[in-house]
Write a protein that binds this ligand. Structure first.
Ligand code: IMP
Length: 202
């Protein structure tokens, strides 16, 4: 019966306020998982990202939803880790250039820090924490590349104009979103999560 099938669908909150991210992941999941946004569970507060690791922040967000709203949930956190800067800006990527936050200020600071540097190796890293039926799981996606000496391209967001993925001569900002999703840190972590959920026993 249709009603039974629907009621058996696993409900899972994606701790994001970005409807595009939600839609993208929902499309990758088989019918048994129904994703809910923060808005749909009436969560309107911002969870403070007070941890000094990506793992810690994604766990903070997922745990907040599970503990306060009693929902299974997953949350992601991403940072740009630059080798010669000992992994900076890392967990502070969004606010690297100071408040108020802007991608332009973040990039200006980064290029300044790397001025004259020969080693420009960097990686984007995404960590996803999933709380499911009382257990916690973690998924990681890494995309390696280099930081260019100047901005190139108009697409994407954040550090995209100065991040050139390994094996490419273009920055993320010069790739289409389809091309970027195929190789990106977030795309990889999400595909690992989706594969896990699609295999998860009913
Ligand atoms: P978030 O955890 O997805 O909010 O990412 C934190 C910060 O990392 C963002 O504010 C951006 O500055 C940077 N960032 C994350 N993902 C990307 C990306 O795909 N391209 C460029 N910058 C990114």
């Amino acid at each position: 019966m249709y009603f039974c099938a629907y009621s058996l669908r696993m409900k899972l909150v994606f701790a994001t306020n970005n409807p595009h991210k939600l839609e993208e992941v929902q499309q990758m999941l088989t019918g048994k998982v129904k994703l809910l946004s923060l808005k749909e569970i009436n969560c309107h507060e911002e969870v403070e990202e007070t941890s000094d690791t990506l793992e810690g922040n994604s766990k903070l967000k997922a745990d907040y939803i599970t503990n306060s709203y009693a929902f299974d949930c997953f949350a992601d956190d991403t940072g740009l880790e630059v080798e010669t800067l000992n992994g900076e800006p890392g967990v502070y990527s969004a606010r690297y250039g100071g408040e108020p936050r802007s991608a332009e200020k973040n990039i200006t600071k980064l290029l300044g820090q790397l001025n004259g540097a020969e080693n420009r190796k960097a990686q984007f890293r995404t960590v996803i924490t999933l709380n499911l039926e009382g257990k916690q799981y973690s998924f990681e996606g890494i995309c390696k590349g280099i930081i260019t000496k100047e901005n190139k391209g108009e697409g994407g967001f954040g550090y995209d104009p100065v991040f050139q993925p390994e094996g490419y001569t273009k920055t993320f900002a010069e790739l289409s979103s389809e091309e970027k999703n195929k190789i990106s840190h977030r795309g990889l972590a999400i595909r690992k999560l989706v594969a896990f959920l699609n295999e998860y026993p009913n």
